[in-house]
Design a protein around this ligand. Sequence first.
Ligand SMILES: [Zn+2]
Length: 405
Amino acid sequence: MNPTTPAATRTAEIAARLAPEMTALRRRLHADPELELQNPRTQRAILDQLAGLELEITTGSGLTSVVAVLRGGKRTESSPVVLLRGDMDGLPVAERTGLDFASSNGLMHACGHDLHVAGLVGAVKILHELRAELAGDVVFMFQPGEEGPGGAAPMIAEGLLTAAGRRVDAAYALHVGAAGHPKGTWSGRPGPLMSAADEVYLTVVGRGGHGSQPFLAKDPVPVACEIVLALQTMVTRRFDIFDPVVVTVGKISAGTKDNIIGDTAVIEATVRTFSTENREQIQREIVQLANGICGAHGLTAEIDYRPGYPVTVNDPDEYALMVATVTEMFGAERFFEMPFPEAGSEDFSFVANEVPSSYLFLSAAPGDEPKSAPDNHSALATFDDSVLADGAALLAEVALRRLNR
Ligand SMILES: [Zn+2]
């Protein structure tokens, strides 16, 4: 097998040349994280990096997103459009890494999104150098709010997927990790990659009274307890164990004092599913179960089901392209196919719901003990930014191959 194509060599070569400026950008961003949907300083840094390039740039109106369209020199009106995505936001974590470019503003790039921005800027510059030979267009998606409340859905509503004038045909993203596999290892799987994460707020509505005379009241507490237990039974009896469902009641609250029956009891639960079918079914089951148990005791249920991020699904064909590119560029020994999905969730799922997509993990774990390193979201998490060139080259190469195949 020929390990690298000439194109692969060129994207990797350009990425290696850009590595020092990607590293510098990443460290500037790391020192100054921002939260949620408003990341104006990060947006400014991206726009400064893209200034002077032949791009069509738009910024978000409801959020500080950046969308850049690169027109390929070999494009026609019917040639494909691919999308590459990087998220921008940090977390409300007080950094304790001791790095000389650590954040001191009380927030932290504890999930490595600073590397995602710097890597995607690198991918823009690589593909810009190669633009004469691209047989299609590339949409670069810089999105805030991945850690919540979600930036992908508003960007789609503002026209992201038709930014090139035609609809995006395929989308790709990657995520760096601070722990787990050795640095430079890629991982992923076809089909479901990460779970959907929904919240449910379930109020058992009874009628309060004196604790000594429960027959005169409608006590919501035993009914709420019955619901909590029945939820677990329902999960095991109503769902295939090979398509897992997790329901965890993380909070239950009722009452004020031992001898007072309150009016209501509130159950708060997180719901994780790995298929759209289960995600729809569990919502119906929870409503039916809560109404049924409350009704059996003469009480009523009020159910506030709040959908979060959908299941992140890797399209088999786009995933195969991404994996083939990884193994050809970096060697098969640097790719690991995950046997199971992860129970985390991802805002990119809104894009993947709309167009065939693929998403891979890239380990940026520092040192020789990646398994015991502090993981993403920890105040001690560190990301080795020597992986930036590989990440940028991979995204650029996948886009190039998808457009020119
Ligand atoms: Zn993240």
